[in-house]
Write a protein that binds this ligand. Structure first.
Ligand code: CA
Length: 223
């Protein structure tokens, strides 16, 4: 999942980002509510983790503004405010969950998995193309029925190509969806990851699934 963390306590924000990335997610950080709204408006995020006590606008105001702008991304509140009234207010404003700080990181990950299962429908839990199969909830990839060992980044990259199989996926789209907002487009990081991913895919079953569209991006062949 691509997750936006809106949290003004920088140390905690970095800790959350790091933990999410170690567990297969891609995370961006922002320390203010108004900047958070701009990020969400990009439409790139699958989930927002929202602090309540923020400088400028509060988390509640961020939540109200998101809905006012018609942005439907799921929001999970992470807050030190443990008063049941606050929890009710947050959920009534449309948050899908409310986790009280301090929290156990494994609990946060488990609650994210609950959301993934809840939003997953039968056609997006398992993605299939040719002899390739990706199981999203268990984070596994099989090629010709053999389990592949992919890094988190390779998994995210392949997920994007699979969701758009048969279509051109540009390098800009890959950078936006698979890497954080600070990604340097001038680097060759995407090419290197495509190269590694290809090597793993081509080692088993049908070879050459990832096509390069020179100067534009990549396409996953459908057969
Ligand atoms: Ca705060």
């Amino acid at each position: 999942m691509k997750i936006l963390v809106i949290e003004d306590e920088r140390k905690l924000a970095r800790f959350i980002k790091q933990g999410l990335e170690q567990n297969g997610h891609v995370a961006d950080l922002t320390h203010s509510g108004s900047e958070g709204l701009d990020y969400v408006a990009s439409g790139l995020y699958d989930l927002v983790l929202l602090d309540l006590m923020l400088p400028g606008q509060t988390g509640f105001e961020v939540l109200q503004n998101l809905r006012a702008f018609g942005l439907t991304v799921p929001v999970m509140i992470l807050s030190a405010l443990s008063d049941p009234e606050k929890v009710v207010q947050g959920l009534d404003l449309g948050a899908v969950d409310y986790l009280r700080k301090p929290f156990d990181f494994n609990e946060l990950l488990a609650r994210i998995r609950v959301l993934q299962r809840r939003t997953a429908t039968s056609d997006n839990v398992v993605l299939r193309v040719a002899d390739l199969e990706m199981r999203l909830v268990t984070h596994e990839v099989f090629k010709n029925n053999e389990r592949l060992d992919l890094t988190n980044r390779e998994f995210a990259l392949l997920e994007l190509l699979l969701r758009r199989s048969g279509q051109l996926v540009t390098k800009t789209e890959i950078a936006e969806k698979v890497w954080s907002a600070d990604f340097d487009m001038g680097s060759n990081v995407i090419e290197v990851h495509i190269y590694q991913l290809r090597k793993k895919l081509d080692a088993v079953g049908k070879a050459g699934l990832i096509e390069t569209i020179i100067g534009r991006g990549y396409r996953l062949k459908t057969a």
